[in-house]
Design a protein around this ligand. Structure first.
Ligand code: GLU
Length: 553
């Protein structure tokens, strides 16, 4: 008779470390009561997904707020899907959002005492645990081929039984150890499966930090824990890594909820205390009236890079994601007149279990606030960086006259109610175009939006008067009085009150009059404060623009 001990030894002769030594190598962390140890554990299979940024923001914030540790683990066991370089990209993109791990995998070397933090470098640890499970009769080598598994599925379908490799269907769980070794020695490919003692007629309960108590059918499937390539599956790696890395709050996507009974089953078999789980809701999208998850294939906003290319400041996206994480955040920003995430009392419990719909307007709203509150130098630096990457004409303008751009960006800044012109850096070019003479010329060539019904003579006479009599270098009130006086000569009401009492008596209101001037100078009927704009463009260029427009009529 070959014992389980002997089987374990024959399968993994190279493994000499046992569970006790692993426990000692990775001792309980010395942290204050209530401190969370969280992690972000992506697979290096591509770009940073918006949902992943959301999850990592929550993991990071939960750890930081509680005086705990946030670490980064690279889950690179699916070698076929691994994309070279995406580990570095993920870490750099997260760093761009200020999410830098306290410990974990870094492309230039691990940091921390609980590593290695790259799963492919942890094979010996997984094997040591498996060796122990085999000794305890809680894991075994399995030889089922894909065809065998298909045949089992067919029988289950016919008998209307639950699908899966469990109980009597777990064909190889009762092979003798002699048979197992004979097959292995004959070169039959094998994997290792977990031997479940669960029962799918029973329920297991666990408390989710977001959703409260969750009750699910118990696991009884003998899941694969070690693949034929010698690497673990997600289920097993999660249990082993989060145990030895001493993670105490698992923040992961809600798609893992149905697998949690498998993980609890393994924690039980190993006699380990399971961590707390917080299953993070997915970010949703509305399509034809139906909610669905943001999709990598269909939605550009599923990739974080999309927001960076559009020029949203990282902080804008984080503030927006915080408003999804805790729905009371927006109320808090209004009450505190602040968008400082760090000052907000974030709470895991307050995360809504229902996935929020991605809301572009909300993102724009928050982003305008974030940009409006940004100090000028910071805003200028960000615009410059963005232009260097994505907007060559703007970069050239910045290079030529940085102070001119700064002056433009500074309009309505640093005051009680700062202007909220830009939601993203790609808004800057079109909004500031009229400050440049060549661009102004293009706008004029496309036609100026003067109100219909005004005769060419009227427009010409009015603008002529403005050209002769509009003062420069005065304060705003003096300038505006002069505009009113000019307007009055052409039939505009001198006050809004006069106009309201008797609109028929006038060509238009004071604002209609100012709009005429605005259209002539900037080419549009909207712009930041016109008096400031005139000051920036300067007398000579303003007069030249008036001449240009007058010549059209
Ligand atoms: N690598 C897994 C994923 O990308 C991690 C899930 C987890 O956080 O446990 O989905």
């Amino acid at each position: 008779m070959i014992s389980n001990e002997e089987l374990a030894e024959r399968l993994f002769p190279e493994i000499h470390i046992g569970l006790e030594e692993l426990e000692a190598r990775y001792p309980a962390r010395n942290l204050p009561e209530g401190a969370y140890v969280t992690r972000f554990a992506p697979s290096p299979t591509g770009f940073l997904h918006t949902g992943s940024l959301f999850t990592s923001l929550i993991s990071y914030t939960a750890a930081k707020r509680s005086g705990g540790v946030y670490f980064f683990r690279l889950e690179d066991t699916d070698t076929k899907r691994t994309i070279q370089g995406s580990d570095r990209d993920l870490i750099e993109q997260l760093a761009h959002f200020g999410i830098v791990a306290d410990e974990g995998y870094f492309p230039d070397g691990d940091k921390g005492e609980y590593g290695p933090y790259r799963q492919s470098a942890r094979a010996d640890i997984y094997k040591a645990v498996i060796k122990e499970l085999i000794k305890r009769g809680r894991a075994y080598p399995d030889f089922a081929t894909p065809e065998d598994l298909d045949a089992i599925r067919k029988i289950q379908e016919e008998k209307k039984e639950l699908p899966g490799y469990y109980g009597v269907y777990a064909r190889d769980r009762n092979l003798s150890n002699e048979e197992r070794l004979a097959r292995i020695e004959a070169g039959t490919p094998w994997v290792i499966r977990f031997y479940s003692n669960g029962d799918h007629n029973r329920k297991v309960k666990f408390t989710d930090a977001i959703r409260g108590e969750i009750e699910l059918q118990d696991n009884d499937t003998d899941v694969v824990i070690l693949k034929s390539d010698g690497l673990p599956t997600y289920h097993f790696a999660h249990v082993v890594d989060d145990h030895f890395m001493r993670t105490n709050l698992i923040t992961r996507g809600e798609e893992w909820i149905p697998s949690t009974p498998i993980h609890l089953d393994m924690f039980r078999a190993l006699g380990w205390k399971p961590p707390k789980y917080a299953h993070i809701p997915s970010i949703m999208k509305l399509e034809n009236g139906n909610r669905r998850k943001l999709s990598k294939r269909k939605d550009p906003e599923a990739a974080v890079s999309y927001f960076l290319e559009q020029g949203y400041p990282p902080e804008s996206l984080l503030v927006y994601l915080m408003s999804i994480a805790n729905s009371n955040f927006e109320e808090w920003t209004i009450a505190h007149k602040s968008f400082d995430r760090d000052a907000f009392p974030f709470s895991i419990k307050k995360i809504s279990s229902e996935g929020a719909l991605f809301d572009q307007d909300k993102l724009s709203y928050f982003s305008k606030e974030v940009i409006a509150a940004m100090p000028l130098e910071e805003e200028f630096g960000a615009v410059k960086e963005y232009a260097g990457l994505f907007d060559a004409p703007l970069a050239a303008k910045i290079n030529e006259d940085p102070d001119y751009i700064k002056t433009i960006l500074n309009i309505g800044k640093g005051i009680k109610n700062p202007r909220k012109d830009y939601a993203k850096w790609s808004d800057v070019s079109p909004l500031i175009a009229f400050f440049f003479d060549e661009e102004y010329e293009k706008i004029v060539a496309n036609g100026l939006p003067f109100k219909e019904g005004l005769t060419p003579e009227f427009i010409r006479d009015f603008l002529d008067d403005v050209r002769q009599n509009m003062p420069f270098g005065t304060d705003e009130a003096t300038w505006f009085d002069a505009i009113k006086t000019i307007g009055a000569r052409h039939g505009y009401a001198a006050s809004n009150g006069d106009y309201k009492r008797n609109p028929e008596a006038y060509v238009g209101s004071v604002s209609d009059c100012a709009e005429m001037v605005r259209i002539a100078i900037v080419g549009r009927n909207q712009s930041p404060n016109l008096h400031e704009v005139l000051g920036i463009i300067g007398k000579d260029r303003v007069l030249a623009r008036l001449d240009r427009v007058i010549s059209l009529f």
